[in-house]
Structure formats: structure tokens, C-alpha cells
Design a binder for this molecule. Structure first.
Ligand SMILES: [Zn+2]
Length: 61
């Protein structure tokens, strides 16, 4: 079965929940990603699997 919007292999635009900075990150990060402005964690990895921790605004095609 195919998910309608699977961001895992795409770039996504996220908004930092702390400072509202918008940042484009890879949907399946292989390492931790922090906000460039305030260093809040935007994405984490759990068991080698990327996990987005903040609001996803847009999935870029
Ligand atoms: Zn921030």
C-alpha cells in the first residue's frame, strides 16, 4: 500500500516550533538536525530512522 504523502525520501520545509524559522531539511535525516537560528532540535534519529520533531509546512517535490 502506498501512502499519500510520505516525506521520507524528499526534502521538506519545516518551521521551528521555538523561533518560527523556516528551514528545508531532508525528510529522512541520517543525523540530528538543529534549527540554524536557535539550535532547537528539528529532527532526530531513532534506530537509524529519521524522525521529524517539528511542524512540517510543505513536502517539496
Ligand atoms: Zn529555531
Amino acid at each position: 500500500m502506498r501512502k499519500m504523502q510520505d516525506p521520507s525520501s524528499k526534502f521538506i520545509k519545516v518551521r521551528c516550533s521555538n523561533c518560527k524559522n523556516e528551514q528545508i531539511i531532508f525528510g529522512k535525516p541520517s543525523s540530528k538536525i538543529n534549527c540554524l537560528v536557535c539550535s532547537t532540535s528539528l529532527a532526530d534519529t531513532t534506530g537509524g530512522k529519521g524522525k521529524i520533531k517539528t511542524q512540517i509546512l510543505e513536502v517539496l517535490e
